[in-house]
Design a protein around this ligand. Structure first.
Ligand code: AMP
Length: 136
């Protein structure tokens, strides 16, 4: 795979890199939702949460905490959203796992899912049971 994020990791294309360690790299999103919007990207090849090595996900989360604190300090944000789009239907555009850190400055900017569904009586317990059973 040699996707756009691989090219940033290998320095084939430029990016505003803010952090790098053995397993992860972090750089500013080129189309920020808010200024300071940063992407945490694993160096080891994986597409999203489904095929990622758990150690890679742990490393992404550890990096995300470092970067979130630094963004809060630098931008004077009041909070951050951590978002990971997994799969085309979930909004994933780049087929290389990544986590978005988006600084937020006012409650009105908070990430809100646009619609909520309602469970029928007993439906949530059945679904929870199926999910429990499916956990590997
Ligand atoms: P997603 O929809 O979760 O796959 O998000 C992909 C993100 O990558 C988008 O927010 C893009 O703005 C961002 N992006 C794409 N190309 C670049 C690039 N060359 N440098 C920085 N961010 C990028």
């Amino acid at each position: 795979m040699n996707d756009i994020f691989d090219k940033i990791i290998s320095r084939e294309i430029p990016a505003d890199i803010v952090y790098e360690d053995d397993m992860t790299i972090a750089f500013l999103d080129i189309r920020p939702v808010r200024k300071g919007h940063t992407l945490i990207v694993p160096k080891k090849e994986c597409e999203n949460i489904f095929d990622a090595d758990p150690a890679v996900l742990a490393a992404m989360t550890i990096t995300a905490q470092k970067i979130a604190r630094a963004i809060m300090h630098t931008t004077e944000a009041k909070g951050v959203n951590l978002i990971m789009n997994n799969g085309h239907e979930a909004g994933q555009e780049v087929p290389h796992a990544h986590m978005h850190i988006i600084p937020r400055f006012a409650r009105s900017e908070a990430f809100n899912p646009p619609v909520h569904e309602t469970y029928e009586d007993g439906e949530s317990a059945v679904l929870a049971g199926h999910i429990k059973t499916a956990i590997a």
